[in-house]
Design a protein around this ligand. Sequence first.
Ligand SMILES: [Zn+2]
Length: 204
Amino acid sequence: MPIPIYVDFHNHTTFSADSTTSPKVLVEALKAHPYVKAAAVTDHDTVAGLKEIQQLSAPFPDILIIPGVEISTRQGDVLVLGAQELPHKPWDVEDIVDFAMATGCVTIAAHPFRQFGLADEVADSGVDAIEVYNGCSSGFANKKALDMARKLGLPGVSGSDSHQASELFCVCTQVQASLNLDEILDAIRKGHVSALPAGKSVRL
Ligand SMILES: [Zn+2]
């Protein structure tokens, strides 16, 4: 097994109407963090911010921005990691899963038991993984997500769902991969991930 990396799979930038984190602030935070070195950018229903943040992070080989988007499907929110462009509408969850499979992306049910989550529909959705620790969800909602992931035998991941700088990387996922997009996506598919809750200390 390679040395694991630590990833935050759910972050919003100012390209989401409800976030105050500029792409520059996110990149600086990633550079400064002692062990979280990869972060997914998952703005609401847009990939408009990806080019700028990927350009900002490109000079730094020790950090990685994972391109993505949080799609508001009719059934609930789904993270699509690896996406550089938006899927065509309609945005039903099965369409998003098909899009992800066709384009080599990974789908994650975001905060399934909070408002705008897939709730029990996650069971038949075909997503690759479930967000079991969401930095903005209650302990109760996260526990239900964790129970669901175990019941379905799906990988669980953590994502801060940060909308401001102070929320960045409040939870993270340990991933058995090197700092490489394809390896990270593959590790999620294979379940080579451990979701860490808030406050979990990581010894390097
Ligand atoms: Zn979100």
